[in-house]
Design a protein around this ligand. Sequence first.
Ligand SMILES: Cc1cc2nc3c(=O)[nH]c(=O)nc-3n(C[C@H](O)[C@H](O)[C@H](O)COP(=O)(O)OP(=O)(O)OC[C@H]3O[C@@H](n4cnc5c(N)ncnc54)[C@H](O)[C@@H]3O)c2cc1C
Length: 397
Amino acid sequence: MLNEADVVILGAGGAGMMCAIRAGRRGRSVVLLDHARKIGGKILISGGGRCNFTNLGAGPGNYVSQNPHFMKSALARYSPWEFIEMVTQHGIAYHEKKLGQQFCDGSAQAIVDMLEKECLAAGARFELSCKIEKVDKISDQPARFRVRTDRGSIECASVVVATGGLSLPKIGATGIGYEIAKSFGLELVERAPALDGFVFSNEDAKRFAGLAGVSFDSNISCNGKHFHEAILFTHAGLSGPATLQASLHWHGDDPVTIDFLPGKDPMNWFLEKKKSGNRSLVKNLLSELLASRLAERLCELYFPDSKPLPDVSEKELRTFCELLKEWSFVPKATVGYSKAEVTRGGVSTDELSSKTLECKKVPGLHFIGEVVDVTGWLGGYNFQWAWASGAAAGDVV
Ligand SMILES: Cc1cc2nc3c(=O)[nH]c(=O)nc-3n(C[C@H](O)[C@H](O)[C@H](O)COP(=O)(O)OP(=O)(O)OC[C@H]3O[C@@H](n4cnc5c(N)ncnc54)[C@H](O)[C@@H]3O)c2cc1C
C-alpha cells in the first residue's frame, strides 16, 4: 500500500468514487480505501439490481436533515443531468420508471464499471480489502492526517470520510465514519434505520395475520408527509414504496395514517349502490374496490355485523367509510438495519460547510454521502446526494 497521497478517501461507494473522480481530474493524487473486496457494493444491489441512480426532481424538499437548507448548495452545483451525461457518455441505456426515477435498463454493474473507469482515468488508486481503523491529525499547518488501517498507515493532506451508514451490515456497512467523527469531537444526530417499512404492534399483527403478500394502492401519512404509492402486507407489518417513504419520517410513537381508497369516495359509492337496489353484503361490495382478502379482513375487524346493503344505516356506513379513508396505527418499530435502504441522522450538518463538506473545526477533514445527516426519500435521491456531496468535496480537496 502507498504510504502517502494528497487525498485519502475512506469508502469506495458512490460518494467516495465521485469525490475521487473530481479530485483526480484536478491533478490531486487520490487513494480510495475500502474493506470490501469489490467496490460499490450498495450500487450493485440498489434499485432491485438496476440502480435507481438519480431523480430528475431531486431538490432540498426530498431530504430529511436537522438543517433542511444544508443540501441546497451541493445539489444546486451537481444536477441529476450532470450524472446522466456521464451515464450517456458511457453508453449505458436507462429509462424513467416513474416520478422522475432513472434506472439502468440492464444491470447496476454498468454504473459501478463507469465510476471505476472514471476513477482510474482520473489517476485515483483503489486499495481494497483494507479495513480503516483510525484517523489522526498529525499537523495543523499545513493540515496533515494519518489514516491507520489493518494494512498499514497512509499520510495525506485531506481525508474524506465516505463510509456510508449502518444499513445492510452483511454487505460491509460499519459505524467507522461515526467513530471517526466522534474522535474529532463532532456532534452526531441520532441515527435510525429508514426506508425500511413498519413492524406491527402485537395487536395489529394478530388483526392482520395471514395477509402477507396482499398489496394495495394507498395514501399514507406520517408527521405531515403524504405519499401516494403501493403498500404491501408482510408477515410482520407493512412494506412497499409508500410505507418505506413513511418510515423515513417516523419517530418513536408517531401514528401513521392510511387511506385504503385514495381518490375514491366510498360513502358516495355505497350510497349509489344502495340507491340502485343492490342487496350485496358490504364485504362483497368492498371486494370490488380492494383485494378480497383485505376487504374481508377490514369488514371482520371494523364492520363485523356484515349485512346486506339495504339493512345498513347511513350512520354505520359513514363510520366505516371514514375508517377506510383514515385508518391510523402506531407501529411497534421500523424493520431495522437488516432491511433499511438508509440510515437517517449521522454527522451533524452544523459541523460542516455546506459548500465543501469540510469540518469547520478540523480543516482538511470532510464527510460526504450517507454518513452525513442528510437522508433522501426513496427514488434515486440518496444517490443524487452521494454524487452531489462527493463532487462538492472533490472540487476542493
Ligand atoms: C438495498 C438497497 C437499495 C438501495 N437502492 C437505492 C436506489 O435505487 N437509489 C438510491 O438513490 N439509493 C438507494 N439506496 C441507498 C444508497 O445505496 C446509499 O444511500 C448510497 O449508496 C450511499 O453512498 P455512500 O457512498 O455514502 O455509502 P456506501 O455506498 O455505503 O459506501 C460506503 C463504503 O464504505 C466502506 N466501509 C464501511 N466501513 C468501512 C471500514 N471500517 N473500512 C473500510 N471500508 C469501510 C463500505 O464497504 C462501502 O463500500 C439503496 C440502499 C440499499 C441498502
